[in-house]
Design a binder for this molecule. Structure first.
Ligand SMILES: NC(=O)c1ccc[n+]([C@@H]2O[C@H](COP(=O)([O-])OP(=O)(O)OC[C@H]3O[C@@H](n4cnc5c(N)ncnc54)[C@H](O)[C@@H]3O)[C@@H](O)[C@H]2O)c1
Ligand SMILES: O=C(O)C(=O)C[C@@H](O)[C@H](O)[C@H](O)COP(=O)(O)O
Ligand SMILES: [Zn+2]
Length: 368
């Protein structure tokens, strides 16, 4: 069973990856918290709870069942209002500084629960049990937590590392195919930015991966987590290297905001942004065309990316709210080969508009 250590200046924890982990959680969590009597609070969505509560609760003794807080599904619910109401529930249920929150869900639940843990009583512990592929390969690791504002994605939040991450590949069995694909697109990102081996694997094995073969998924998850653990270990608070994890996000996040978080899944918006960034690299002559073709084809192999409605100029304007910006300068992560990217600050508005239009055209041509 792969165990990947994450070591940052503020925390050391393990990401455990395997099959059949869910029914063994109670023992594992007690080991982490140091006491079987720690009060546990699970934050999850009604859909996930309905599907997985029996397996999740199986290992907890009758008198030590976690308190369950349900939060509605979807990116449009990753909002401050939800945080306030969940905090009230924690207080009503007498959560204290020794209590531990468990995020049982995708990235939305993980980001919200991590944020609750970061601010409730000025900070308590939390554990990630990611249930989407996207959360398993990316959002459950690294301690970025928070919510969206109308002006942009994740504009409020905190860095707060989990106590541990338990990834059960079996839980992906019930994940809708579009969610699986969107998660796989964030894994292609991991390959493009720093893991050419993962990229090649995803390029050649897309059939098995898309079928949901657990062995193939475990490989993808393990490689993606390894890459992320290494990056956040070097740069926990995104002062430099960690920005590479934002490949595809400058325009991707802008599209999510422009479409009010309702038309595309996060992974789909990022897939779109990765293609646009790849086209900028080609136009600049910093990425060989052959590599660009491989990147675009592999991103789209895990597609399609649904059509969305938003004015191109508005998308470009919204990149102005990106957290990577400094002194008004937009930052882009541009591929220079498969497995290597550069962080640049001089992409012009004209380049952004052109790449956005080119990407829209390409999508039309591919019927994506
Ligand atoms: N913190 C980070 O580092 C980080 C990294 C990447 C993405 N994110 C954030 O993650 C979010 C996207 O996360 P996501 O793609 O997991 O989406 P999500 O959390 O919205 O989950 C997707 C949907 O799948 C359902 N679902 C989850 N697990 C299921 C299962 N096993 N079976 C059936 N249904 C299931 C959920 O109820 C939900 O409807 C975005 O808000 C993004 O900004 C954060
Ligand atoms: O962990 C990171 O760092 C990332 O950038 C991972 C991204 O995939 C993720 O979408 C993250 O939530 C983006 O964070 P933001 O700080 O750019 O809002
Ligand atoms: Zn992302």
């Amino acid at each position: 069973m792969p165990v990947i250590a994450v070591n940052t200046p503020t925390a050391n924890y393990n990401v455990v990856i395997g099959r059949g982990l869910l029914p063994t959680l109670s023992r594992r969590i007690a080991k982490l918290t140091g006491s079987p009597s720690t009060r546990l609070f699970v934050v999850t969505t009604p859909e996930i709870w309905k599907l997985w509560q029996r397996k999740f609760l199986a290992s907890f003794p009758k008198d030590a069942k976690p308190v369950v807080l349900l939060h509605p599904s979807g990116e449009s619910h990753k909002r401050f209002a939800a945080v306030e109401s969940l905090l009230e529930h924690l207080a009503e249920n007498k959560a204290d500084r020794d209590s531990v929150l468990i995020a049982l869900g995708g990235g939305v639940i993980g980001d919200i629960t991590g944020f609750l843990a970061a601010i409730y009583m000025r900070g308590i512990r939390f554990i990630q049990v990611p249930t989407t592929l996207l959360a398993q390969v990316d959002s459950s690791v690294g301690g970025k937590t928070g919510v969206n504002l109308r002006a942009g994605k994740n504009l409020v939040g905190s860095f707060h590392q989990p106590l541990g991450v338990f990834i059960d590949i079996d839980i992906l069995k019930t994940l809708p195919p579009a969610e699986l694909r969107a998660g796989l697109q964030e894994s292609v990102k991991a390959g493009v930015i720093r893991m050419p081996r993962l990229f090649r694997y995803m390029e050649s094995e897309s059939k098995a991966i898309l079928k949901g073969d657990p062995k193939a998924l475990e490989k993808v998850v393990t490689a993606s987590v390894k890459m992320k653990a290494e990056v956040v270990g070097i740069d926990e608070r995104e002062n430099g290297l960690r920005m590479i994890l934002n490949f595809g996000h400058t325009l991707g996040h802008a599209i999510e905001a422009a479409t009010k978080y309702k038309q595309l899944l996060h992974g789909q918006a990022i897939a779109w942004g990765m293609i646009a960034a790849t086209l900028i690299s080609v136009e600049r002559g910093i990425l060989p065309e052959a590599d660009a073709i491989r990147i675009v084809n592999t991103v789209l192999a895990y597609g399609p990316i649904p059509k969305f409605r938003a004015p191109v100029q508005q998308i470009v304007d919204l990149t102005g709210s990106d957290k990577k910006n400094r002194s008004g300068q937009r930052r882009f992560i541009l591929p220079v080969s498969v497995g290597k990217v550069e962080i640049v600050t001089d992409v012009t508005e004209a380049e952004m508009l052109h790449a956005t239009e080119q990407t829209l055209k390409l999508m039309q041509e591919r019927g994506a």
